[in-house]
Design a protein around this ligand. Structure first.
Ligand code: E4P
Length: 217
């Protein structure tokens, strides 16, 4: 399973990239707004830090302008993936950009039929939002299971990018289902490293080691 970080915070991305475990980055207009920076600059900086796909989202809602924005964003760096919303205009734009060789991440997906349409439009990634579905009492992971199954049935190449991940259990469930990618906030990635028994065990090992008076180097 590939791990993407869902943020436009360059310091966080730099730090997580240093682990060697980061496969890509997703941003959205809200995350760019939170960064307080110019979008083209922040995307260029992120693309230089992470070799994997960096999703940059269009903000127009009509096909022609989305296409222009998508081409502009794609020209920022070779690893930009253009993100479009799952609307009719978004999927028209996806089809054209995909035919031009641009990887497209179709975002704001909340149903399996929407995911089917995105695959038919040539999306490189589909982003079903599990947390936002859970928030309204629907089954976010049930959607992931459906999309993974449907894509397998037809051997679609579109990767299932689980989005709106809120906690480590979402990551575990997505991995069990065989989702290709999870995008998560930095805090969720960091939480995956931790276990109280790891901390306790390490503390005991180090205490015993100190008693020996040895040093390995
Ligand atoms: C994904 O690409 C989205 O940016 C993100 O996962 C949305 O997450 P949220 O529902 O926590 O805002």
């Amino acid at each position: 399973m590939k791990f993407f970080v869902d943020t436009a915070d360059v310091a966080e991305i730099r730090s997580l990239a240093g682990t060697g475990l980061l496969d890509g980055v997703t941003t959205n207009p809200s995350l760019i707004a939170k960064s307080g920076r110019k979008m083209s600059e922040v995307i260029a900086e992120i693309c230089a830090l992470v070799p994997g796909p960096v999703s940059a989202e269009v903000t127009a809602t009509d096909h022609e302008t989305m296409l222009k924005e998508g081409r502009y964003l794609r020209a920022i760096a070779p690893n930009v993936a253009v993100k479009v919303p799952l609307t009719e205009a978004g999927l028209r734009t996806c089809k054209v950009l995909a035919e031009e060789g641009t990887p497209v991440n179709v975002t704001l997906c909340f149903s399996a039929n929407q995911a089917l349409l995105a695959a038919k439009a040539g999306a490189a990634f589909i982003s079903p939002f599990v947390g936002r579905l859970d928030d309204i009492g629907q089954d976010g992971m049930g959607l992931i299971a459906d999309v993974v199954q449907i894509y397998r049935n037809y051997a679609f190449k579109t990767e299932v990018l689980v989005a709106s991940i809120r906690h480590p259990v979402h990551v575990l469930q997505a991995a069990r289902l065989g989702a290709h990618v999870g995008t998560m906030p930095p805090a969720v990635i960091r939480a995956l490293f931790r276990h109280p028994l790891t901390d306790k065990g390490l503390e005991a090992f180090l205490a015993d080691w100190a008693k020996t008076g040895q040093s390995i180097l």
